[in-house]
Design a protein around this ligand. Structure first.
Ligand code: FRU
Length: 339
């Protein structure tokens, strides 16, 4: 809250006479933690109505992938701009029950705000609701939970990204092609949305069949194994649609090991500008195309600031833009994103 001295006397009167120190922002979707109460009648003795320290719990579903490391880095960098903010990170290592207990811990610690990027939707829904019902504002990042018991969702449009990838395939292979799809974790919402969007983008074409489709749980090493199976099963593979860059790169490694990488084009999603990220993989020709999937880390902290310090109400949905990265714009985008 703002340190507005003009409010102190009023606050003192209010607190001592009516004990009415309720949440200043009374939106039903964005509960705000109740500020500490005081019974002092001395205005100057009253702790500022302002709260100048906010503890934010960040529940990360997995830190094994570069994209999630980038998300945490962006959160830490954005929060460093605000001396009021202290962020505590937890890593569930792709384990739903670990992530449930991470959030339980944050509830016990009475964090002022929870940011969560849930591993899978269904198993995390109840604990997110528990935090929200306890009056902790919750920002859900990138992967969704079920229902609407959270303050704000921030993430990319996975359906649109999948659709763009499908359209790219239809345009690049006008006479048809055999597709291998290497999917993300089954219970994570981007997996379903990236799959559905891709089918939309292909437009129901019977000449563009998905001949092999399996999950690699978003992991590069597992994608190598999945692609080995696909290569065994299919003599003709023209394109691999990886639900993230590690999936596409894992598939490329398997194809290269089998001496078949030049027959196949590889599509990824994430488009990180980092040394091992997707934009460089497009530049070096490993991937034909990738889609920037913003982590939303910086936006989450900006939203937290607007809610906690600015006392603003947040939008229920904040959808972040993607960019298609091909050989044509990869260098330009790398420069733009500081890679
Ligand atoms: C990392 C990641 C990204 C992907 C996102 C989807 O865990 O797999 O590569 O784009 O999660 O939620």
């Amino acid at each position: 809250m703002k340190k507005t001295t003009a409010f102190l006397l009023l606050a003192a009167l209010c607190l001592s006479l009516a004990g009415c120190a309720g949440a200043p922002n009374d939106s039903s979707t964005t509960p705000t933690p109740t500020p500490p109460q005081t019974s002092s009648l001395e205005p100057l003795e009253i702790p500022l109505a302002a709260q100048d320290h906010f503890l934010i719990g960040m529940s990360q579903c997995n830190l094994g992938e570069p994209w999630r490391v980038a998300m945490n880095d962006q959160i830490a960098a954005a929060a460093a701009k605000y001396p009021e903010f202290e962020v505590v990170f937890s890593d569930a290592a792709q384990d739903n029950s670990k992530q449930v207990s991470d959030v339980e811990n944050f509830i016990t610690q009475q964090v002022d705000l929870l940011i969560i990027s849930p591993n899978e939707a269904a198993p995390l829904t109840a604990v997110v609701k528990k935090a929200f019902d306890a009056g902790i504002p919750v920002i859900v990042l990138d992967r969704r939970v079920e229902g609407d018991a959270f303050t704000s969702f921030i993430g990319g449009d996975n359906k649109q990204i999948g659709k763009k990838a499908g359209e790219w395939v239809a345009k690049t292979f006008p006479n048809g092609c055999n597709i291998v799809e290497i999917k993300g974790l089954e219970g994570a919402t981007p997996q379903q949305e990236r799959h559905d969007g891709f089918l939309d983008g292909l437009g129901g074409s019977s000449t563009h069949p998905i001949v092999f489709s399996q999950s690699c749980d978003w992991l590069r090493d597992k994608a190598i194994t999945v692609m080995e199976a696909a290569l065994q099963a299919e003599d003709k593979i023209d394109v691999v649609y990886g639900h993230n860059d590690p999936a596409a790169i894992g598939a490329y490694i398997a194809a290269k090991n089998a001496g078949r990488e030049t027959e196949i084009q590889f599509i990824g999603i994430d488009g990180l500008p980092t040394p091992d990220g997707g934009i460089r993989e497009v530049l070096n020709g490993t991937l034909s195309v990738t889609y920037v999937y913003p982590t939303g880390g910086e936006e989450a902290i900006e939203s937290a600031y607007r809610l906690l310090v600015g006392e603003e109400t947040l939008d229920k949905e904040v959808i972040l833009e993607t960019i298609e990265i091909t050989a044509e714009n990869a260098q330009e985008m790398l420069t733009k994103f500081g890679g």
